[in-house]
Design a protein around this ligand. Structure first.
Ligand SMILES: Nc1ncnc2c1ncn2[C@@H]1O[C@H](COP(=O)(O)OP(=O)(O)O)[C@@H](O)[C@H]1O
Ligand SMILES: [Mg+2]
Length: 242
């Protein structure tokens, strides 16, 4: 209770009556969805919210779900955190075909129900790959956003290439009537900010009218709390939650 009060007093947002869902989408694979989703979970946890995490479909390992759980401080059964776990590090439709199986959307729905019943304040969901990665014939990662009635946060790499990938992803979202809360530009390298890293957020924001939520720094050997603090320092959490 005290924690929930703290959460609202700080003006970050009020602990949800019903669980709210945030879908962390990426412009591509390897752009930092897991890193940023984990840091977001850790940041919200530091602010006193109860956070569940989910990686509905994994391809090639269970690490993402495990990392997200460590950041959220939860220990939910892997079959709910990661209801569809495919063996091969390939696009889900291809990975499923190799295993001679069809991706079970009902298993994903049941896992989502599990989280709703746990009465978390927020559920943070990490997509897999970019938005138009196919799950089944004519069903894509982007379609999971509607399925969960989630708010979307887009993660883009911070450097060169981010403008094109961000704008393409935003166009795909808008074509489906989805307006993302904002974009987080994630740094995959350390050192001084390069010119694209400095200028991309404003360029993308101006062209797309989707706001930049901040540049998430390159983090070396950083635990959950350290990631959460970095998120609170560099990313506008209140704009994700309001
Ligand atoms: N901000 C960051 N600082 C340091 N390393 C990062 C950062 N973001 C991502 N990485 C590293 O880059 C790789 C890809 O990131 P990951 O979050 O797994 O991407 P995705 O989930 O989009 O595939 C991982 O090895 C991860 O640890
Ligand atoms: Mg990932």
């Amino acid at each position: 209770m005290r924690e929930k009060l703290l959460w609202s007093q700080r003006g970050v947002g009020i602990a949800a009556q019903d669980m709210k869902t945030i879908f962390v989408a990426g412009t591509d694979t390897g752009v930092g969805k897991t890193m940023v989703a984990g840091a977001l979970a850790a940041a919200m946890r530091l602010r006193g919210a109860r956070i569940g995490v989910m990686k509905p479909i994994s391809c090639g390992g269970l690490e993402d779900g495990r990392f997200l759980m460590a950041c959220a401080g939860t220990n939910d059964p892997v079959r709910f955190v990661n209801p569809v776990a495919l063996k091969h590090p390939l696009s889900p439709n291809v990975a499923a075909k190799l295993e001679k199986r069809r991706i079970d959307l009902k298993a994903i729905d049941s896992a989502f129900e599990y989280f709703k019943n746990k009465k978390y304040d927020y559920l943070i969901i990490e997509g897999c790959g970019g938005l138009l990665v196919p799950i089944r014939e004519n069903y894509f990662v982007i379609d999971l956003i509607r399925r969960f009635r989630a708010e979307t946060v887009l993660v883009s790499r911070a450097g060169l290439g981010a403008i094109n990938h961000s704008l393409l992803s935003i166009e795909a979202l808008k074509n489906r009537g989805i307006h993302p809360r904002g974009i987080i530009f994630n740094r995959l390298n350390g050192g001084e900010l390069s010119v694209p890293e400095k200028t991309n957020p404003e360029v993308v924001q101006k062209i797309s009218s989707v706001r930049s939520l901040g540049i998430f720094p390159f983090m070396k050997s950083c635990g959950e709390d350290c990631l959460g603090k970095a998120f609170l320092k560099h990313v506008a959490l209140e704009k994700i939650l309001c």
